[in-house]
Unconditional design. Structure first.
Length: 172
């Protein structure tokens, strides 16, 4: 029984394939939970404007996501942390921009729908939460996972792309 369970854990924790995707989704859910918790607390308890709360929540979620993905999802311990950090920050800026602006756009579009605001009444004040969920899922699958998988946690030498052509000739 223990060997069978250990084999399953080893298979799920192994590199690549569908299990890497599942690990990334679990890491994403953990990060999203912290993101949403921070966002909702700031917006509802501290009455911070939802755009600022969304931004702050995205920062907290991103930090958790980077740490979990580095150690467990993509097993990138062999890559220098500073290189991962620089690449992650580039992707993260895109993610924060997409999440924040997307949440704002979807929320404001929903607020323009008259029958929706009338039928939901007081509940409509929290429509940004629904917007944030929809946008974060789209950004998570479409941007975050793919950019982290092919760019952030890959050990690639990008210096060759920044060398001048005459330097390449001399080095050969």
């Amino acid at each position: 029984m223990v060997d069978w369970l250990k084999k399953i854990v080893d298979k799920v924790s192994g590199n690549g394939g569908i299990f890497m995707f599942f690990r990334a989704q679990l890491a994403s859910q953990l990060a999203s939970l912290s993101d949403f918790l921070v966002t909702i607390v700031l917006a509802k308890v501290f009455n911070l404007f939802y755009v600022y709360a969304t931004f702050t929540g995205s920062v907290f979620g991103g930090l958790i996501n980077c740490i979990v993905n580095y150690r467990w999802t993509f097993k990138a311990m062999g890559i220098k942390k500073k290189y991962v950090a620089v690449k992650y920050i580039l992707v993260w800026f895109g993610s924060i921009f997409l999440n924040t602006s997307g949440t704002y756009l979807v929320t404001e579009l929903l607020r323009k729908i008259t029958w929706l605001t009338v039928s939901l009444g007081h509940l409509f004040d929290d429509v940004f939460i629904v917007s944030k969920i929809v946008v974060s899922l789209l950004v998570g699958f479409g941007w975050n996972y793919n950019m982290q998988r092919v760019f952030v946690y890959r050990d690639k030498n990008f210096r060759k792309y920044f060398k001048r052509k005459d330097q390449k000739i001399q080095n050969i």
